[in-house]
Write a protein that binds this ligand. Structure first.
Ligand SMILES: *Cc1c(COP(=O)(O)O)cnc(C)c1O
Length: 409
């Protein structure tokens, strides 16, 4: 037997079944008309935003990083809850602008922006977080042709990263952002070229669960922003402090202590350097806001025994939920929290592995976990499926249909 992560405390049973947003899974599956499906609970998303607002200093804006889940209903729900949307492609930008979020509260980061993406952002009045000097000059040229003053911020590749970060996105040689040593010169050049300079974007890591490491990174980020502002010789209108807040996927992982982070950030902001006295601040989060709000539901189509081990074969798999299979940003495969959703309150009775319908040994949703005895037709729930699920999985692999996505709550 192998352990699994902890099911988020937000989930309840109705009539012995798992319920999401107050609806038992049988009703959700009936409404969707088929399995597999992702169900996103608006109430959990709203609760996360409210908890974050309560923890953070009032002056820190909350941005939703759409990459985690760009589903238009999810984005529209966040548009009414948060202060800004951060996008990473023109496609995401289209969804952001359709959500009702004002263009001047949308920023566009990400390497390899094409000319037509730069043009669409400039024309819409979206802030571009520049990933290189060359990208900055392309933006200036396009803006000149359009006759629009572009809103440009510089994404800085910090020399540090959040310690213990799940994915390496800053510190050392990276394709993201402009190295610390070159960032101030690029800001000066963009200001001289007539851009509406919006400030700095400094993102130092993702999926961190250690509050002390995030506090340290935020302090380093503020110090870096202040030093760069002095070098630029102008006050940055906005300092985007990045994010990196993680969620506990696996056994032994603990939820992040956001109150401690918020209190420390409040103290740092209260005695910040003069170069940042006029600045607004934001943090951008994807996974922390939406990861626990999503459940992936898939039906058992076969139950078999091989060499004495029970395999529950489902109609879902890694083509929808790659991360749960252990093939998205993890080195060692560990079990996400899972349940037999149609027998949510039944006693555990056997050790089984839950696999997908793809003909590859990588397609495991849970390995040797203790579950109630499940039969063909039962519904499996994979929790922590709200972030980096549907759109971060190779949905064309093996030619099965995409998963249905549904919003509740
Ligand atoms: C991916 C990404 C995010 C979101 O990261 P999470 O771990 O989902 O919070 C935020 N900002 C940038 C620049 C990113 O690339």
């Amino acid at each position: 037997m192998k352990p699994m992560g902890t099911i988020p405390a937000d989930y309840r049973a109705i009539g012995g079944e798992l319920a999401v947003g107050g609806h038992p899974v049988s009703a959700l599956v009936a409404e969707a008309g088929d399995t597999p499906l992702f169900v996103y609970d608006r109430a959990i998303m709203a609760a996360r935003v409210a908890a974050l607002r309560a923890a953070l200093p009032a002056e820190v804006a909350i941005h939703y990083a759409m990459k985690a889940n760009p589903n238009p209903d999810v984005v529209a729900a966040f548009a009414g809850l948060v202060d800004g949307l951060d996008v990473a492609s023109a496609g995401e930008m289209g969804v952001a602008l359709a959500s009702g979020m004002a263009a001047d509260h949308v920023s566009f980061a990400g390497p390899g922006k094409r000319d037509r993406e730069l043009e669409a952002a400039i024309a819409a009045g979206v802030t571009l977080n520049l990933e290189s000097a060359a990208e900055g000059w392309r933006a200036i040229a396009i803006a000149g042709r359009l006759g629009i003053r572009p809103r440009l911020a510089v994404r800085v590749n910090p020399d540090f990263e959040i310690k213990g970060s799940g994915m390496r996105m800053g510190g050392g040689a990276r394709p993201f952002g402009v190295d610390e040593a070159e960032a101030a010169a690029l800001c000066r050049d963009m200001i001289a070229a007539g851009a509406d300079w919006r400030g700095f974007h400094i993102f130092a890591g993702s999926q961190a669960l250690d509050a002390a490491a995030i506090i340290e990174a935020q302090a380093a980020t503020l110090a870096l922003a202040a030093r760069l502002a002095e070098e630029v010789g102008a006050l940055p209108p906005l300092v985007n402090l990045g994010g990196g807040f993680g969620i506990p996927y696996f056994p032994s992982e603990k939820p992040l202590d956001i109150d401690t982070i918020g209190a420390a950030l409040g103290e740092r902001l209260a005695d910040r350097p003069a170069a940042l006295a006029q600045s607004a601040f934001a943090i951008e989060l994807g996974r922390w806001l939406v990861g626990e709000a999503g459940v992936y539901l898939t039906r058992i189509v076969d139950r078999k025994i091989s060499h004495g081990e029970v395999f529950l074969v489902t109609d879902g798999g890694l083509h929808h939920q790659l991360a749960a299979s252990g093939n998205f940003g993890t080195v060692v495969r560990r079990n996400y929290p899972v349940a037999i959703a149609s027998r949510f309150t039944e006693e555990a009775a056997e050790v089984a592995s839950i696999v997908g319908c793809l003909c590859t040994p990588l397609d495991r949703l849970a390995e040797k976990v203790l579950l109630p005895r499940a039969e063909v037709g039962d519904i499996v729930a994979v929790f922590m499926a709200g972030a980096y699920g549907a759109t971060a999985s190779p949905s064309a692999f093996l030619g099965h249909p995409p998963a249905i996505e549904m919003m509740v709550g």
